[in-house]
Design a protein around this ligand. Structure first.
Ligand SMILES: *[C@@H]1O[C@H](CO)[C@@H](O)[C@H](O)[C@H]1NC(C)=O
Length: 441
C-alpha cells in the first residue's frame, strides 16, 4: 500500500541552489492507527492471549508487510523495541519511554517530517484506568508528503474510562488538541488519528469538537455512516467483521487552500493483525484510511528553511480570499540576521512577520514585474536555527537583500508562470522558520 504520485514537470522549491525538483500535483497515501496494548503484562494483560513481546514482534512485521505510509501507535510502552526490531519504515520517532515515563505515542512513516513535538495533557483522571500513572498526551508533526505538500499530523491518546471524572478529563484533552490545532495548524491541512477513548454517545466528551471547532471530517462517520452522528452505541467485536460499528480509535482530517484531501477507504484491519493461531494482537481494532491528495491550481507553497521555534503564522487564509494576488512592494528588515519579511499586494493587503529590529529595505515592483524566487540562508543563534538572510529576485532580474549570508542556503523558486505572494512559518523577534506561498502570475 505504498504511496503513489502523479508527476508533472513543474519546477517547485529548488534545494541546494542548483537542482530542479519535479513536483507531484496529486497522489495518495494510507494511514493506520493502532493501540498496541504495550503496558507491562504484569500490570495489564489487555485480555490479549500470548506473550506481549512476541505479539509486539508480530505487530512490527505486519507494519512492514502492509507498508501503511504513516502509522500512529498508542500504548507503545514496554515492548517498543520488539515492534521496531521487525518493522522497516524509514522514518520513526524515538520512544519517550516505558510506562510511568513515556506517553506511549510513536509514529512510523514512509514520509519525513519537521517540527515534531510531544505535548502532555493539562488534565488526567484516575476515576478509572490509572490514566495519571504515565504522562499521556498528543504529538504533532508537519509531515512532508511531497515537496511543497505538508499535512500536520497528530497522534493522540485521551483519558480512558466512563466515570464522571474520566469524561471531564477527556473533554479537556480533546479541547486541548482542538485549541492547539487552531494555533499551530492555522491554514494547514490536518490529520488527527489515534485513540480518543471517546464515542459519539459519550456526549460529555464532546468528540464533535474537531468538526465544530477545527472543521475536521471523521473518516469513519463519512465513509461508513453517511455523515450521521450516532445516537445509539454500537460496539465492535475484535476482530471486527463489519465497519459499521464504532470504536474509540478515530481518524479526522481536513485539507487546506493548497492541498485538497479526500478519504477514499476506511477499514478495521483486525483480521490482518493476528497471532499465528488466529488470536488477536491487541484489544483494539487497528483502523486504516486511504487518502487522495491534489494540489490547488490557485495556491501552492515552497518547503521551509530555518528552525521550529517561535509562533506559527500563515498568510494562506487571507490569500485564499483574494482573487489574482500580486506583490507590489517587498519590505524586509535585517542586520546580523533576518528580522522581518513583509509584502503589500496590489490590492493594498499587507503581510508582515518577525520583529522590528534591523534596518528596513524596500523594493516596489512594476505592474508587470513579479517576485519569482528567493534565497534563504540559515544559521544558529542561542542554539536555535533561524533565518539569517533573504535575497528576493523578480521576473525582471531585480533583487532585494537583507541580513547576513551563511554557508547553509537554499533557493525557492515559484513554479513556471507562478509568483511569490505571501509567507508561512514561525516567527518571534526574528524569522525562525520561513516558507513561501505561490500564486499564478
Ligand atoms: C519492508 O518489508 C516488506 C516485506 O515485509 C517489503 O515489502 C518492503 O519493501 C520493505 N520496505 C522497506 C522500506 O524496506
Amino acid at each position: 500500500m505504498l504511496s503513489h504520485s502523479v508527476f508533472s514537470v513543474v519546477p517547485i522549491a529548488i534545494f541546494g541552489g542548483t537542482k530542479l525538483a519535479v513536483a507531484a500535483t496529486s497522489g495518495s497515501f494510507s494511514i493506520l492507527s493502532m493501540n498496541v496494548a504495550g503496558l507491562p503484562s504484569i500490570l495489564q494483560t489487555n485480555d490479549v492471549p500470548g506473550d506481549k513481546a512476541t505479539n509486539a514482534g508480530t505487530i512490527g512485521s505486519d507494519f512492514a508487510k502492509y507498508g501503511y505510509d504513516v502509522i500512529n501507535v498508542q500504548e507503545d510502552f514496554n515492548y517498543h523495541a520488539y515492534i521496531y526490531a521487525t518493522d522497516n519504515h524509514t522514518y520513526r520517532t524515538a520512544t519517550s519511554g516505558g510506562a510511568g515515563i513515556g506517553s506511549g505515542l510513536n509514529t512510523l512513516a514512509n514520509f519525513d517530517w519537521i517540527d515534531y513535538t510531544r505535548i502532555g495533557w493539562d488534565d488526567c483522571s484516575d476515576a478509572s484506568g490509572d490514566d495519571c500513572l504515565t504522562p499521556k498526551g498528543f504529538t504533532f508533526m508537519r509531515t512532508v508528503v511531497d515537496s511543497g505538500v505538508y499535512i500536520d499530523m497528530y497522534d493522540i491518546h485521551a483519558d480512558a474510562g466512563t466515570e464522571a471524572g474520566d469524561e471531564t478529563a477527556r473533554n479537556s484533552n480533546l479541547a486541548q488538541v482542538a485549541a492547539y490545532i487552531d494555533t499551530w495548524s492555522a491554514g494547514n491541512a490536518v490529520l488527527v488519528f489515534g485513540d480518543t477513548n471517546s464515542r459519539y454517545t459519550r456526549t460529555e466528551d464532546n468528540i464533535g469538537i474537531f468538526a465544530s471547532q477545527n472543521g475536521l471530517t471523521d473518516a469513519w462517520l463519512q465513509l461508513e455512516r453517511g455523515g450521521v452522528v450516532p445516537t445509539v452505541e454500537s460496539l465492535c467485536d475484535n476482530p471486527s467483521t463489519t465497519n459499521d460499528c464504532e470504536t474509540v480509535d478515530k481518524v479526522f482530517y481536513r485539507g487546506n487552500a493548497i492541498v485538497q484531501l479526500s478519504a477514499t477507504y476506511f477499514n478495521y484491519e483486525s483480521s490482518k493483525f493476528v497471532q499465528a493461531d488466529g488470536d488477536i494482537l491487541s484489544d483494539h481494532n487497528p483502523i486504516t484510511v486511504d487518502f487522495d491528495w491534489k494540489l490547488s491550481t490557485t495556491l501552492r507553497q515552497s518547503d521551509f528553511w530555518g528552525g521550529p521555534h517561535g509562533d506559527w503564522f500563515s498568510d494562506l487564509t487571507t490569500l485564499s480570499t483574494r482573487a489574482s494576488p500580486k506583490a507590489s512592494v517587498l519590505t524586509f528588515r535585517g542586520g546580523a540576521r533576518l528580522d522581518s519579511v513583509g509584502l503589500t499586494l496590489a490590492d493594498g493587503t499587507s503581510f508582515v512577520h518577525g520583529g522590528t529590529g534591523g534596518t528596513q529595505v524596500q523594493l516596489s515592483l512594476a505592474a508587470s514585474e513579479y517576485w519569482t524566487s528567493a534565497v534563504l540562508c540559515q544559521g544558529t543563534k542561542d542554539s536555535h536555527t533561524r533565518n539569517f538572510y533573504i535575497k528576493a529576485m523578480t521576473s525582471t532580474g531585480r533583487t532585494l537583500t537583507t541580513g547576513t549570508t551563511t554557508n547553509d542556503c537554499a533557493t525557492f523558486t515559484a513554479p513556471s508562470g507562478w509568483q511569490i505572494v505571501g509567507f508561512l512559518g514561525q516567527d518571534g523577534d526574528e524569522m525562525d522558520q520561513l516558507g513561501f506561498i505561490f500564486a499564478p502570475q
